[in-house]
Design a protein around this ligand. Structure first.
Ligand code: NAD
Length: 374
């Protein structure tokens, strides 16, 4: 098999789907060739010569796209589609909720595997790109907040007087939110956090943050709040209104607000209205990680910092791409572990185990058609 690693061409995408470390592992099978497009690793500080030393050949975009197996970070762009080879395997973040994009991949005749649909089972943890990248986003959100904020994060006692620790509120405590708590804690902030899923309370408290409780009015609300498969579900409007009230009061006191709330396949829940932003202290900073899904915060704009009454709302998209080297390293390991499902550990032969539940869950198109979601 020939495995191709093209350079990512979407605006702002700095990551690459294979690193010298993962190239070396595939090359070690002695059964497969790897073609890396020249410059594919440049934005992640990986030189062509490092890929060569690991056992890959450096080629053109056409050579990389002409491979039997394509390792990508993001789904192909309209310009890249004509380069896809019928019958080849395409692995990456294919944005499976975008029906038009999936259809455009299907008609090229590739077998597309969308890593967003990896099941959250123990065996798939080493392939979980959403977790590896959300972890980075949570870290970077705090770095951006600290950098945008006009004050210190830790409490300081100096000869010129005492500086108060920053108060940070984190809404949505999945993978990104937990890392945001841990990172803000290391910087010395005082942290509060909240989530719709009740299971999160213990995790928040074990990281040394204070849990902000939004009570459930009845068992039905609690049941919905538990979510499915580790993911949240949309909450009834009554609970959302109660949450807005509780959070509005907390927001009046905080210096930094980081929102990470998502519901798979849906627009991000709107947690912060303009009136809450208006009630925040001048100099406060909001980082809305959900901006690409429509935003948790009213007024946030993709890739912009919007100022409202002295409050800055940061809406940068694709935060993992701002930590390119480590984001690529973790993403590439996830992709290698996914690929390893099809690599015979003894012989190195490649055969896709079509009945494997991970393979079945991620296959989005094949033989010219979109695979219906079961
Ligand atoms: P996500 O990115 O889909 O959502 C981020 C957070 O937003 C979630 O915690 C969600 O509950 C929260 N949220 C959604 N709507 C909200 C609302 N209205 N108000 C407040 N919060 C809201 O989630 P994620 O980070 O991908 O992970 C969610 C969970 O799955 C985590 O607990 C994580 O530990 C777990 N997980 C399990 C596995 C596994 O078992 N293999 C792998 C990865 C993650």
């Amino acid at each position: 098999m020939i495995i191709g690693i093209p350079r990512e061409t979407r605006a702002g995408e700095t990551r690459v789907a294979a690193t010298p470390e993962t190239v070396k592992k595939v090359a070690a099978t002695g059964k497969h060739q790897l073609v890396v497009e020249s410059g594919a690793g440049a934005s992640s500080s990986i030189l062509d010569t490092e890929y060569q030393a690991a056992g890959a050949r450096i080629g053109t975009a056409d050579e990389a796209f002409g491979a039997d197996i394509l390792l990508k970070v993001r789904g192909p762009t309209a310009e890249e589609l004509p380069r896809l080879k019928r019958g080849s395997m395409l692995i990456g973040l294919l944005n499976p909720f975008d029906a038009a994009a999936l259809q455009s991949y299907a008609v090229t005749g590739v077998a597309g595997y969308a890593l967003e649909w990896l099941p959250r089972i123990t065996r798939a943890q080493s392939m979980d790109v959403l977790s590896s990248q959300a972890n980075i986003a949570g870290y970077k959100a705090v770095m951006i907040a600290a950098n945008t904020f006009g004050r210190f994060m830790p409490m300081l006692m100096t000869a010129a007087g005492t500086v108060k620790a920053a108060r940070v509120l984190i809404l949505g405590v999945g993978v990104a939110g937990l890392q945001a708590i841990a990172t803000a804690k290391r910087l010395g902030a005082v942290i509060e956090a909240s989530d719709v899923r009740p299971a999160v309370k213990d995790q928040v408290e074990s990281l040394g943050a204070k849990w902000v409780d939004v009570p459930y009015a009845n068992d039905e609300e609690r049941k919905i709040a538990e979510g499915v498969g580790g993911y949240a579900r949309p909450m009834p409007p009554e609970w959302m209104a109660r949450q807005a009230g509780v959070i509005h009061e907390r927001c009046k006191t905080v210096d930094i607000l980081i929102t990470t709330a998502l519901i798979p396949g849906r627009p991000a829940p709107r947690l912060i209205k303009a009136e809450t932003v208006a009630a925040m202290k001048p100099g406060a900073v909001i980082v809305d990680l959900a901006v690409e899904q429509g935003g948790n915060v009213e007024g946030s704009e993709l890739d912009k910092i919007v100022a409202k009454n002295g409050v800055k709302i940061v809406g940068f998209g694709n935060l993992p791409a701002r930590v390119a080297t480590d984001a690529s390293a973790l993403y590439a390991r996830n992709v290698f572990n996914f690929l390893a499902l099809s690599l015979n550990a003894k012989t190195g032969e490649f055969a896709v185990p079509k009945d494997d539940e991970i393979i079945k869950a991620t296959l989005v198109c094949e033989n010219g058609a979109v695979v219906p979601r079961g």
